[in-house]
Each structure stands twice: as structure tokens, then as C-alpha cells.
Design a binder for this molecule. Structure first.
Ligand code: ZN
Length: 615
């Protein structure tokens, strides 16, 4: 505090200095001065080695309706404001516009200094997605919990920046879920000072809670003894248990990217709704998780406890997905948890980052860790899909593509849009299930997380690359008409949800076609079909498949075997140990032995309920 006060002149009009979770917030009545003299702030950051953010003092913030009016008057009509949302805790107003390229922007801190001066709010300008409802519901939660969040941010800061009690560095990892299996990803990192949870998922296709939920019972800690939760990405097998953690007493922070926060809320609500009366948690618990989420920008070092620093890196798997880099103690140990990652470009995302400064231990996923898991190249997979669709649609049939809500769905929307434009398939209707469309809106709202090409396309034009053709229609588990169609609906493994209702409608006719495009977990109806069964039972109802069935790899949002090996090869720092997780036992074992043989690194493929000493 002394350094900050000494470095700032009177003009900075500093009113208070507060913790804002892992950051230090400087409140000012003249934020323009600090923004224009950004060198002052960078010098401070270099001296105190902590993140600093500039906030407008509450006393200069105009009431929200008045600020909205000022913003509407200042932004030319042509730019088209779709909505303005306020976060009173951060003093930020986010303005969603249809033509952002018409506005000059300042950059990260304040997009528009003039508007900040007039309203007293830090104004962020963003491109509006087609549907603002998911964004709006997030801001509603953030706004309604403003008082609690302010207090929460201060308490988190107090805990992170307390002096360490113990000098010696130690670290161990306990596997609670997602080891030698896929689903319920969760691991607990313990040091003498802190306990950090890495992901907090469930296995939605498991038959009982002993295999569906992370094994907190063997971890020997209460949920209020955890200091932080870090999430790699929004998929339910990585975040599905989080609201239950809050229900049972966790009150600490959750760290992830901003798109992950939005997408996990969407997926958790859908999961709770689908499990109905047996739901693990309520909407209130989901809101509670969102309220405690602190979003981070990739590539920035953040203190999350007295002895753990966190950096998130792009993982290329779904929007907002990251690999987690943890720096433990005073440079004593560096752990990377890859999460689900794609080491290879997809249509929507950039390749996973691999350029870590130091890594001693790596936890790597192995969904496609088997030697046989060499997937076809994207061009081959696309050509095969176009053929399957064309032949079915020409014969008057429907094509059902069971997909996860987030990930392959958005890739397929891009592919189908191109097929239609280039005439590679007949002009059939593409029916996109409502929740898939809502998730796609989050993709549209965060172009900075997309591949460079898509980002430029979204920011420089009014339309969207995600389904620009008028053949795309949003549906809600509707009855299919007689006109041929291509249907995108979750769940991807046919364990329930709209894809099953569509399957019931198309299964009885051999003119129709089911195409499995994503990973099918053991003991799911999707896996049974993939393995040759043509009679499945879902939620007690039997479906007989007379329709055609195909399996198409190549659209995977996970690295295939070669990409997993390439990734380890590319890592610059010398690894000391690799722990393989997130794969069926035989795949995890195969990847562990391949990495060991090829790179002469110690590898393990632990089961759930193991404790591993890292340091
Ligand atoms: Zn995933």
C-alpha cells in the first residue's frame, strides 16, 4: 500500500485500495489519468508483483438508467446497441453492439475513455451475439449478488495475500475422479498452505453415485477446507459437481475464463433440469457457483493462495477451455494439468498452447490415447459426412447427429453452413436444438477466444459464421416434419435429452440415418450402437434401429494419439513425470507406456482414490 500511495500523484484522485480477489483494485475519481499514464501502474505491478486493476470510485458513477441514456446518446444509431449490462462490483458497463468496427476503441482497460468520464463506469464494447439471453442471465446473477460479491472479493484477497505459515515446500495430489476413466474429472492438490481442486465434474452416464461423483469421501476434507477451485472448461464431466460443492458448504473462489463461466451455467442448468426430481442441486446452487467465480485472462500470472500461482493457457478443446499451470512454492515445482485439449487446429479454435516456461509434472488426458486412435484428417471426415448427408437427404430421409451441447456442435454448424453455401449437400433444413443454439451465442459473444479467421469475420461483419444460411432453424425437441432434415441435438451418447426423442422418431425407417461423431463412453446407448447393437434401452424405453447407422471420427475436439505424442515432444521444459488421466484404463495405460518409452520420462496412470507425492 505504501508503494502504491508513494507512486501516485494527486491527479490520480485515489480514494481507496481494496482486494478484488487475487487482484488489487485502485479506486479513483479520475480514472482517465491512470489510464493515460499506464506506465505508473506497470511500474507499481513490477515492484509489488501483484495484479492491479483500476476502478472508478462509486461516488462518480451515475445511476444505471442515466448511464445507459448517456451511452445511447454517445454511440451513433448505426452502430446498433443490443443491450447494456452493469456489474456494480467492478464498476463495469458492457455494451453489446451490432457493428463494433464503427467505434474507435482504446483497448483492454477502458474501451472508451470519454464514456467513462461521462458515466463514471468503465465501458467495455463487445460485438452482440444473435441471442443475448445467456449473457443477460449471467449479468442478472452478478448484479443481484453485488453486495455479497464485494465482501467475497475482499475475503478472498485477505486469504491469498496472508503470509505463509510454513517455509518447507511440499505438494501432493489426490485423484478423486477421471483417472483410468472418463467422467467426474477432479483432483485435489495439497500443499502445507493450501488445498486447490482441479476441476469438479460428474459422470452423467454412471449408474450409481459411487461412480458418478468425485470421491470427496476418501479425500478426508470438508468442502469448506478447500481454498480454491480451478476449472479447465465447461463440460459437465469437469464442472457438473461444482454447484453441489456450494450446496454442501464451499464458499471459496472458482477460477476459469469468462466463456467457461457462462457455458458451465448453461450446462449445469440443463443437467439439473434433465435429472428432474433426483437433481443433485437447484438453480440457486448454480447461481451460487457463478457468484463465486472469478474470471481470468489467459497468460496472466495470478496468486490463488499464499504458495500457489496460476496461469491459464488455451487448450483448443471448446470455447474458453484452458490448460492449468500451477507454480507451487517459491519456484519449487510446476504442475500442468492439460484438461481436455486439441493439439491441432479446428475450424473454430486455435491450437492448444504448449509453450510453458517450466513444467516438472504434467497431468495429460488420454481420451484417444490408444495406438489405434489415429483419426481421419478433417478434410476426409468432412467429405464422408457430406456424402452420408447427401445420399440420405436425396432419398427423403432425416440425418440425426447426436452432439455435445458445446464443442463438436459449433464445428458442425460451421461445416454444414459451408456445405450449404458450396452446394456440397442438397438444401435441406438444419434443425439446431435450442440449447445448442444458446451455447453458440456464447461463441459469438467471445470472438477473442476463437480462431483468428473467425474472430476477424465476426468483428468485421454484422452476420454470424455460425449458421448464416437461412436453412438453419432453432428447434425445441419438436416433432419432425416429412421434409428431409439434418438434426443437431444433445446428448451425444444418447443417454437422454432431445437426441433420444429424435432417434425415436427416425429409428424405424431405413431411409433415415444416425451418425455418431463423438466419443461414446462404455455402457452408454451410443457405445452399444457403435459396437453393433441395433436395439437399445433408454430410460426404460426400448428403441429398435432400422435406420442406417454410421460412425465418423475426425471431428473430435480431443487430440488423437499422434497429437498427444506430438504435444509432449514439443514441450520445451524437461518433464520429470507424467500422470495420464481422462481415458479408459487401456488408453491411459497405452499413452503412459508410449510416453515413457519414447521420451524416457517417468509415467503413471493412476486410478481414482490414489495419493501421489509431487514434491
Ligand atoms: Zn471436455
Amino acid at each position: 500500500m505504501a508503494v502504491i500511495l508513494q507512486s501516485l500523484p494527486q491527479e490520480a484522485a485515489l480514494t481507496k485500495i481494496e482486494y478484488e480477489g487475487p487482484r488489487i483494485a485502485l479506486y479513483s475519481r479520475n480514472p482517465t489519468y491512470l489510464t493515460q499514464n499506464s506506465q505508473l501502474v506497470s511500474n507499481m505491478v513490477n515492484t509489488i508483483k501483484k495484479r492491479i486493476v483500476i476502478r472508478t470510485d462509486e461516488t462518480i458513477r451515475k445511476p444505471q438508467p442515466e448511464s445507459s441514456r448517456i451511452i445511447e446518446d454517445a454511440i451513433p444509431k448505426d452502430v446498433g446497441i443490443s443491450g447494456t449490462f452493469f456489474d456494480p462490483v467492478l464498476g463495469e458497463a458492457t455494451v453489446f453492439v451490432r457493428k463494433p468496427w464503427m467505434l474507435a476503441q482504446v483497448g483492454d482497460e477502458f474501451d472508451n475513455l470519454e464514456l467513462a468520464e461521462k458515466t463514471g463506469w468503465k465501458v467495455r464494447v463487445r460485438k452482440a451475439p444473435r441471442d443475448l439471453s445467456t449473457v443477460a442471465s449471467m449479468y442478472r446473477i452478478l448484479s443481484e449478488t453485488a453486495t455479497e460479491r464485494t465482501r467475497f472479493f475482499r475475503e478472498v484477497g485477505d486469504k491469498i495475500f496472508r503470509d505463509p505459515l510454513i517455509e518447507s515446500a511440499e505438494a501432493s495430489l489426490m485423484t478423486l475422479g477421471g483417472f483410468a476413466e472418463i467422467g467426474r474429472s477432479c483432483a485435489l492438490l495439497s500443499t502445507p498452505e493450501s488445498r486447490v481442486l482441479l476441476d469438479c465434474g460428474i459422470n452423467p452416464s454412471a449408474k450409481d453415485s459411487l461412480t458418478a461423483l468425485p470421491r470427496f469421501d476418501v479425500a478426508g476434507i470438508n468442502s469448506d477446507e478447500i481454498d480454491a477451485v480451478v476449472l479447465t472448461h465447461a463440460h459437465i464431466d469437469h464442472t457438473g459437481f461444482l454447484p453441489a460443492l456450494f450446496k454442501y458448504g464451499y464458499k471459496g473462489p472458482v477460477y476459469c475464463t469468462e466463456p467457461t463461466m457462462l457455458l458451465m451455467g448453461l450446462l449445469q442448468r440443463d443437467y439439473a433440469a434433465r435429472t428432474g426430481s433426483t437433481a443433485l442441486y437447484s438453480d440457486k446452487d448454480i447461481d451460487d457457483a457463478i457468484m463465486h467465480t472469478i474470471t481470468l485472462t489467459s497468460g496472466i500470472v495470478t496468486d490463488i493462495s499464499p504458495d500457489v500461482k496460476l496461469v491459464l493457457y488455451n487448450a483448443g478443446h471448446i470455447l474458453g477451455s484452458t490448460s492449468i499451470h500451477l507454480h507451487i512454492g517459491n519456484g519449487n515445482h510446476n504442475l500442468v494439468y492439460t484438461g481436455d485439449f486439441k493439439f491441432g487446429r479446428t475450424l473454430s479454435l486455435e491450437n492448444a498452447s504448449w509453450n510453458f516456461p517450466r513444467v516438472e509434472t504434467m497431468i495429460i488426458e488420454s481420451t484417444y490415447g490408444g495406438k489405434e486412435d489415429i483419426l481421419p484428417r478433417p478434410e476426409e471426415a468432412e467429405a464422408a459426412l457430406a456424402n452420408l448427408i447427401s445420399s440420405t437427404v436425396s432419398a427423403g430421409g432425416h440425418v440425426l447427429l447426436p452432439v455435445p451441447t458445446v464443442g463438436i456442435s459449433q464445428e458442425l454448424i460451421l461445416v454444414l453452413d459451408r456445405f450449404l453455401k458450396e452446394g456440397k449437400i442438397p438444401p435441406a433444413k438444419v434443425l439446431v436444438e435450442k440449447i445448442v443454439s444458446e451455447a453458440t451465442s456464447v461463441y459469438e459473444a467471445y470472438p477473442e477466444f476463437l480462431s483468428r479467421g473467425l474472430r476477424e469475420q465476426i468483428l468485421s461483419s454484422e452476420g454470424t459464421p455460425f449458421g448464416s444460411s437461412d436453412r438453419f432453424m432453432i428447434v425445441d425437441a419438436d416433432a419432425l416434419g416429412s421434409e428431409p432434415s439434418i438434426i443437431l441435438a444433445p446428448s451425444s451418447m444418447l443417454i437422454g435429452g432431445p437426441s433420444v426423442r429424435y432417434l425415436e422418431q427416425i429409428a424405424g425407417n431405413q431411409n433415415n440415418r444416425l451418425v455418431l461423431l463423438s466419443y461414446q463412453a462404455p455402457e452408454t446407448p451410443g457405445r452399444a450402437i457403435q459396437d453393433g447393437s441395433r436395439r437399445i434401452t433408454v430410460n426404460g424405453r426400448e428403441i429398435e434401429l432400422v435406420c442406417r447407422v454410421d460412425k465418423l471420427d475426425g471431428f473430435a475436439s480431443h487430440s488423437n494419439y499422434d497429437q498427444l505424442m506430438q504435444y509432449v515432444l514439443r514441450l520445451r521444459p524437461k518433464l520429470r513425470r507424467v500422470l495420464v488421466n481422462h481415458g479408459e484404463r487401456s488408453k491411459a495405460q497405452n499413452l503412459a507406456s508410449s510416453i515413457n518409452k519414447m521420451f524416457k520420462i517417468q509415467t503413471q496412470h493412476p486410478l481414482v482414490q490414489e495419493a501421489i507425492k509431487l514434491l
